[in-house]
Structures are given as C-alpha cells and as structure tokens.
Design a binder for this molecule. Structure first.
Ligand SMILES: [Fe+2]
Ligand SMILES: [Fe+2]
Ligand SMILES: [Fe+2]
Length: 430
C-alpha cells in the first residue's frame, strides 16, 4: 500500500507497549518483560556492552517471551529450573526476525534458554550463540526470582545464592561475576521493582530521538499483527483481512490517502488487546463459558489503553478500539452513542464482522462473502452497525471480498511458513 503520511514513531515506546500487552495474559507474569529489560539493561551496562549491543539486548529482553503463545507456555517458563531451548524461544525468534531492525534481538531471543554448560553453550545446533542470549537468560531467571510484593533488598542474598550455584553450568561465569559486582548497588534492585514504568528505560538510553517511519513502521505494525494473530490458527489471518477490508471500504468512502493508511494500521492493531486473552480460550472448540466470554470482551478495552501512551497513534487507536461499539449504544466496552462513534471506527467494525464471519472458528465453518453480507445487512437493520457502510459493501462486494481474500491468502502463507520453520528448527536440533 501507498503511504502519504510521514509517521514518526518512537520505536522504544512501541516496543514497551507490546511488552506490556503480552504480559496481560496472566497476573502471574505482570511486568515480566519490563522487569527483565530493566535487569538486562543493568547487567549490560555493568559489562560495558557497546551501545548498539546494549540496545539490542534491551529490545530482546523486552520481547523475549512473545513466542509463548499460550498461557501455559508463559506460566511454564516461570519455573526457575525451566530449560527448554526449543520451546517458546524458537517461536519468538521466528516472530521477531522478519522485522529487519530486530534481527539481532531476534537472534538473542532464539537462544535465551541455552545453558552455558561450561562453554558448550557458546554454540547451539552448529550456530554461534550471541553473548546477549546468555545475558538475557541470566536477566530472565533473575527477574522471575524477584518477588515485587516483598522487600526486594531482603531477597538479594537468596537470589544471588541461587544464581551463583549454577555459574558455569547454566550461566556464563563472567556474567555471574558482573551480577555479583552490580548486586552491591541497592539502586539496581530497587529499579527492578519501582522503575518498571513504560518509558524509564527509553529515557535512560536516550532513545527518544530514534524514530522510524513509513515502511519500517508498517513492518513493525505487521510484527504486532503476527504476534496478535499467530497465537491461534483460527485467528492467524484475521487482522490482515480486517486491515485490507477496512482500507478498501475507506477508499470507497473517499477517505484521503493518509486516512486510508491510518485505517489500515487500525485494522492491523484493532485486536491488540487479544494478547490478554489466553490462546486456550481462542482455540476452545465448544461454547465459551460466561467467564471466558467476559475475558474475550475485554480485548477492546486493552487495545484502547495499551496504545494510549503513543499520542501519534491516537486516531489509529480510536478507529481500532471502538470496533465492538454499536450504533444503538449497546456495544462494549464504552457503550458509546451513535454520534460518538467516528466513521473510521464504523468501517473497522463492519470490516471486522465481515472478516470474522468468513473465517473458520473452532466451533463453525466460515461463511461465503455473500452470506456474511446478508448477516451484516440484518445487523444494520437492527441498528447495530452503520447502514451506509454496509450499503457500500453490498454495492462493491466482489471487489472488497477479493481484497480481503488476497490479504488473508498472503497471511496464511506467512503463518504456514512460520509454523513449518518452527517445526524444522525444533526438529533438527532435537
Ligand atoms: Fe522470560
Ligand atoms: Fe475484536
Ligand atoms: Fe477482530
């Protein structure tokens, strides 16, 4: 797609938003990525890593468990003794590596559960393991040993003892030594509990001035999309379909080029809050319980708030996050009135329902475009969705549906490719 609007976006703020979002899946992992990033930053500084490597390490630490697609994956890795180098770290690598600027961070993520094993762990499966991977493993394991509810300074001796007992076996001795030296500073420990706010590290690393634009930004947004959608095969192409459908409808509604770009991004990110919904629920074959359904319904609330710190994405956020608001005021989570729902949000809403109806779900097969349209027409008659947008879809059904199909066909290829690579990488190495 063509982009006419230069979007300058602080990359680190985006990374932190994503880091926070993937930790919404369970209160037990709350702040895990931010805490690991904080620890990795302290260790990296202590080891005097060059600036670039430190930056890659902090990005890797901020996103290292994104390949833990289910809640079970995430909780399993909370066990200090967890040592599976072929689990979520491989998927994390595959999700992150297509985005060029994260290539080195992705390599670190890939091997962050490889034990040092007295030097054997300098390589894995014939590939060199970056020292950042070992440092990340140390930061990760240390982060899970910290109990933020207790007095962190009281915990220092116990944590050090546990880490030091595995120096050489699991952790690189020089890195453990760096930790021992750093551990004398109370500020290091206090930062891990009190300074896990979104932008603290960005300010420290003076990253405010690092910005990306246009194609790179789209690349990063697509990285978000893959992390959101690839948690389940049933949603694996959803946001790509919604983005393409919404953009196509926006063009037919004569949106400007820059607004078409914004609505495309809104489509890619509209279900960002689904990261808070465990994949176990997304994949459940039967009817959801009341409680599970309530968890699913929270997703738009989270989409709205996760993106809040990014002022530059305000319109993307509003158009994306209101997609379950309803013209009759009975939508969720804000129960907005008709005049409070912008046209961009109404288009995303129609695109979302249209796309979802055509997709298979664990409990039903997808409908044909023409049948999905009939259901939308029914919803518009009941004043749930914008009737003019539905009328435009009806008039241009083949064209819009064609655009949707193409986008989802591309996304399915991408998904299958990643699943295949993941099989290969975990098979070859085992
Ligand atoms: Fe972790
Ligand atoms: Fe949704
Ligand atoms: Fe959706």
């Amino acid at each position: 797609m063509e982009n006419k609007t230069p979007l300058l976006t602080p990359i680190f703020e985006l990374v932190m938003c994503l880091a926070q979002a993937v930790d919404l899946v369970s209160p037990l992992v709350a702040d895990h990525h931010k805490r690991t990033a904080q620890v990795a930053y302290g260790l990296g500084l202590q080891m005097k890593l060059p600036e670039d490597e430190l930056r890659d390490l902090v990005i890797a630490a901020s996103l290292h468990d994104v390949g833990g697609l289910t809640r079970a994956d995430r909780l399993e890795a909370l066990d200090f003794e967890y040592q599976n180098p072929l689990g979520h770290s491989v998927m994390g690598y595959l999700l992150l590596s297509p985005f060029g600027p994260f290539k080195k961070a992705a390599d670190m993520v890939r091997f962050h559960h490889v034990a040092w094993d007295f030097g054997v762990g300098a390589q894995f499966d014939g590939l060199p393991v970056p020292r950042g991977s070992h440092l990340l493993q140390l930061a990760d394991r240390l982060a899970i040993l910290i109990d933020p509810a207790g007095d962190v300074l009281e915990q220092v001796d116990g944590i050090l003892q546990k880490i030091c007992s595995q120096a050489g076996e699991r952790f690189v001795p020089e890195q453990v030594q760096a930790l021992v030296e750093l551990a004398g500073k109370e500020a290091f420990w206090l930062d891990t509990v009190y300074m896990v706010d979104l932008n603290y590290l960005g300010r420290r690393l003076k990253w405010q001035e690092i910005e990306i634009k246009d194609e790179e930004f789209l690349g990063l947004t697509n990285l978000f999309r893959r992390i959101i959608d690839f948690r389940s095969q049933f949603t694996s192409t959803h946001s790509a379909g919604v983005a393409a459908t919404a953009e196509s409808l926006a063009r037919l509604c004569e949106f400007s080029e820059s607004d078409c770009w914004i609505i495309h991004l809104a489509g890619l990110l509209h279900d960002l809050g689904k990261l808070a919904v465990p994949a176990e629920i997304l994949e459940k074959p039967g009817r959801l319980t009341r409680e599970e359904y309530d968890i699913v319904r929270r997703h738009t609330y989270f989409t709205f708030h996760i993106l809040e710190p990014l002022k530059i994405l305000d319109v993307v956020r509003v158009w994306g996050a209101f997609h379950h608001e309803s013209m009759d005021g009975h939508g969720y989570p804000f129960h907005l009135e008709e005049n409070e729902i912008p046209l961009g949000s109404r288009i995303v809403s129609v695109a979302d329902i249209f796309t979802a109806l055509t997709e298979d779900r664990p409990y039903r097969k997808g409908s044909r475009g023409v049948d999905a349209l009939a259901m939308l027409q029914d919803a518009s008659m009941h004043h749930k969705i914008d009737s003019e947008v539905v009328a435009i879809l009806a008039k241009n059904l083949d064209r819009v549906d064609g655009v949707r199909c193409k986008a989802q066909a591309e996304a399915v290829d991408e998904y299958r490719h990643i699943i295949e690579l993941s099989r290969q990488l975990t098979h070859i190495a085992s």
